[in-house]
Design a protein around this ligand. Structure first.
Ligand SMILES: [Zn+2]
Length: 217
């Protein structure tokens, strides 16, 4: 059984690898690692249009909070609306959904997140910027800024800048990271994590048990 999880963290063309290498696993740097964790978390979201994940990291490079966008605890994901538009705003997701940033902060497993860095797939909206500031985070690392010109993002940048919270865009060196669960059974444990290459494509096509989860930013 070949099971893999594919995490796409950008649209930069990756160099095809003809073989799975241990070296490529070693090459996962901290920012890439944390952003990949955010993207993997996002896969849990029930939102059909926008799956966003966030990962909070302290100054020792330890993860202290993870979250993804979803309905509040105890509020059924299947009963509340996921629509982006409707005649009545109450029939859209907006009055109900908790953004990934909020959940990551609320899910923290440390006393607080002061001085921490948040890795998040999308630049935070103004409501999340307020939370980020009040929680004492010092930096936001985001991948996509596709809503850059909306009032929410303009207000967010204004707030973050005034509060002295740094923000910078993450530019991944590769477009995706692949996790092959089956690699643990291979000699040498090669390919625990590797770039998507020909072998995965073959696996996709030929092995019905293969699974790939991908995410576009
Ligand atoms: Zn938000």
């Amino acid at each position: 059984v070949f099971i893999c999880i594919l995490i796409k963290i950008g649209q930069i063309k990756c160099t095809p690898l003809s073989e799975i290498s241990r070296q490529s696993f070693m090459d996962v740097r901290w920012p890439e690692y944390f952003m990949a964790v955010a993207f993997l978390s996002a896969q849990r979201s029930k939102d059909p249009n926008s799956q966003v994940g966030a990962c909070i990291v302290n100054q020792e490079n330890k993860i202290v909070g993870i979250g993804y966008n979803g309905m509040p605890n105890g509020c059924d994901d299947d009963l509340l609306p996921w629509s982006r538009s409707a005649d009545d705003r109450l029939n859209t997701k907006y009055p109900y959904v908790c953004h990934a940033e909020l959940n990551a902060i609320m899910n923290k497993n440390s006393a607080d997140v002061k001085g921490c860095t948040m890795y998040v797939a999308l630049f935070p909206c103004n409501e999340c910027a307020k939370l980020i500031i009040q929680a004492g985070l010092k930096e936001v690392v985001y991948l996509s800024d596709k809503y850059h010109d909306t009032p929410e993002m303009v207000a967010s940048r204004r707030l973050l800048s005034m509060a002295g919270v740094q923000f910078r865009q993450f530019k991944p060196k590769r477009s995706e990271i692949v996790i092959d669960f089956n690699s643990i059974n291979h000699r040498g444990n090669a390919g625990l994590c590797h770039q998507r290459g020909e072998q995965l494509s073959q696996a996709d096509g030929e092995r019905p048990d293969s699974a790939a989860v991908s995410m576009n930013s």
